[in-house]
Write a protein that binds this ligand. Sequence first.
Ligand code: MN
Length: 392
Amino acid sequence: MSGHDHHVGPADHLHPALDLPYGLPDWAFQDQERPGRLDAEPTEPAVTTASADADENDNLGLPTFGNRDWIGTRADLSARRPDVAVVGAPFDINTTNRAGARFGPKYLRSTAYDPGTYHLDLGIELYDWLDVVDNGDAHCPHGQTAPSLRNIERKVAGVLAAGAFPIVIGGDHSVTWPSATAVARKYGWGKLGVVHFDAHADTADILEGNLASHGTPMRRLIESGAVRGRNFVQVGLRGYWPPPETFDWMQDQQMTWHLMHEMWDRGVRPVIAEAIATASDGCEAVYLSVDIDVLDPGFAPGTGTPEPGGMTPADLLRAVRSIALETPLVALDVVEVSPPYDHADNTVNNAHRVVLEVLAGLAHKKRELAGGTVTRPGHRPDPASLRYPATR
Ligand SMILES: [Mn+2]
């Protein structure tokens, strides 16, 4: 046999029983119709996405987060009053190492693989309970930190003014400074708890003369009084930075940090329970900031300052869900996703799922208030742990 030169006549409507040279059984082709000629009149309607859920798909085209409606202006947002609005912060000039996080918002909208909308563990259809919209990006003019951060603060303030829960997708970690500032203005200056997942403390005073470095935002938030140190909790720190004098300052502020080593020692669940208790102690509002580099670089290579020895997605996603369920969570940011360094979309998918876990927690709170039921295969979290049942 000479190989792959077997020829099928052009007039055949169905593949005949073939004597295939490469070992496939002829039944593999017997029922398969040959494609029509491209220049022939189509005899059937074109294949489209039209289906029973066609209305659900009418956003196909320009990518929005989760294919949700794009509500770009503050006026439209106020008219709609959604539960949640996603804001992009495409800004990365304050990175100390690899940049690229300016592309985070774009890739979280367009490249993250859409896994569906039904949360298995909580047994809930996310968008049955939450109106989630995409509010577009804050304008971040290149090379200009001050107007960029001001625009991010303004954009988040617009979401809050519309009564919505802001989800900021970064961007390097410097965007947390304006974002959490806007949230503290709304929920009480100094009365906002923060849970901060990160490989690094980001509490340096100044780096290479830059007060707005992505290594400094947590210092700025405490200095300004937006957040009290005693309600500022960090999870996942490891590696070789910052130096001890920075931890001295953190201790003076009564900050709490949980090293990766502590999680290795005690297990993730007790550490997260403690983080929840500390951040929300005396606070009616909690802000969650997730630097994707808290994950091990094996799971999140697409980030500016990867540090080996980090969390697994299984732990991070459940920790984030617990925080959404068990604290008075009012805002989320997910930062430091740098798509140019990603492999196989791992980083962007993990960051996307962090957002979905928060949405699931918020949706569950609303369902609890409404007396809705958990559907298969979900489980209802202990209602006693849900001290703050709804977003509003
Ligand atoms: Mn960070």
